[in-house]
Design a protein around this ligand. Sequence first.
Ligand SMILES: NCc1[nH]cc(CCC(=O)O)c1CC(=O)O
Length: 338
Amino acid sequence: MTDSTTRALRLGTRRSKLAMAQSGQVAEAVRALTGRAVELVEITTYGDTSREHLAQIGGTGVFVSALRDALLAGEIDFAVHSLKDLPTTQPDDLTLAAIPVREDPRDALIARDGLRFEQLPDGARVGTGSPRRMAQLNAWARSLGRRVETVPIRGNIDTRIGFVEKGELDAVVLAAAGLTRIGRIDEATQLLSPDVVLPAPGQGALAIECAAVNVDLVARLAELDDPDTRAAVTAERSLLAALEAGCSAPVGALADLSPGSRLRSSGAGPTAGEQVVTELHLRGVVGTTDGSTLVQLSTTGHVPASPDDVSAPLMLGRELAAEMLAKGAAGLMGERAL
Ligand SMILES: NCc1[nH]cc(CCC(=O)O)c1CC(=O)O
């Protein structure tokens, strides 16, 4: 065996607790898959060091660029990202080799005294800087006949929960997946139903990225891919891209797959007759951050049970985006989040 197949694989990761947790889990899976050692290489990103508000430095994409630079420079072999932090346009020289089975995509509430959202008092202070969460939480509060005060907060997950622990906020809203990965999901006082709060496109999913030239590794890591997750997040991200929304825009999306339906396909030849297809249900929301207006639509399409083909989910996302734009979504996104 040559040195290049036996040396440790280098996994580039951010230093945050969440990034280290998800990189550690993927490292273990890659070790089991390849039999090769995996070494974590810590990369500091501009997003980790900047004190400016994320919105002012161009969104969460900043977390990604340093890892990508390291991939292209050959300093690391692969990187693990939270898919929801990835821009919707994929550079040609980088490949998402695998999107593993995703965690719970829902948002979670962590409130004082074990409270659920419906039990928060009028005027409760809820920590989130996400325009998507603000829009849907404010709309939910309105529908309950009260209001909440959304308070923009930054920092890692522990810091955000700390605002509730210290009594500075009544509640915070975080991704359930992040809480699970750092071992704090038990502290969630409510998992927010997608019927009321749609998660960010791709929330709960990880993406394993390689340099495109590294074809052998791309092929190997593809074994960690979950085609159903890939189909779902492709539809969600296609919707986001087609809405031409920046990563801090108030867009929520969630696709569910119901497997096993069978369709009769026409024509002759070996593929004629019954074809197994999956039903893909895609929901999307855009709103004003004050929650006074939401455009919320859904659609259902069929996805061939063919792992490599994401054209159907891509189309479904674009179709739903077109319907949402026709219902005035563009005007809502023009509003600047404060
Ligand atoms: N925006 C930050 C971010 N990026 C990924 C996660 C964790 C959840 C995930 O993997 O989707 C979080 C934290 C959060 O939103 O609470």
